[in-house]
Ligand binder design. Sequence first.
Ligand SMILES: [Zn+2]
Length: 135
Amino acid sequence: MKTFCVYCKVVVEKDEGTKPITVGAYKAVCCGEECFTNAANYVDFSRRRKILYGLGLAVSAILLFVSIFFFGMTETLGVAFFTIGWMLLGVATFMFPFVMPQTIEMMGIRKGMRLSRLVGIITILATPVWLLFLL
Ligand SMILES: [Zn+2]
């Protein structure tokens, strides 16, 4: 049965030196020792950092929400809260590049992590663009 390596997305034949791994609720295989180690590190990392990531997103959402109210009062505080909230969103996405199960299915963990990091960087870089609109 043909399947793919959950980490590098290379197509592998089952029982050909593949190693099974569970990613979240998702049963997958790796093409070899190296991908297995990387995938296992990712699983471990995402399990340990999930709460921190959620916290980052929550704080970011609160800051963005609060900034709306501050904009009505003092623009400086509004901009400050918005900028911090938005950059935190980018930093959290970059630091904790978790990959959705659908994305793993589509491109594997390695490319998915790169994509998440890219989205994080774009988010951070987009901050001045937002400020142009707001100021
Ligand atoms: Zn692989």
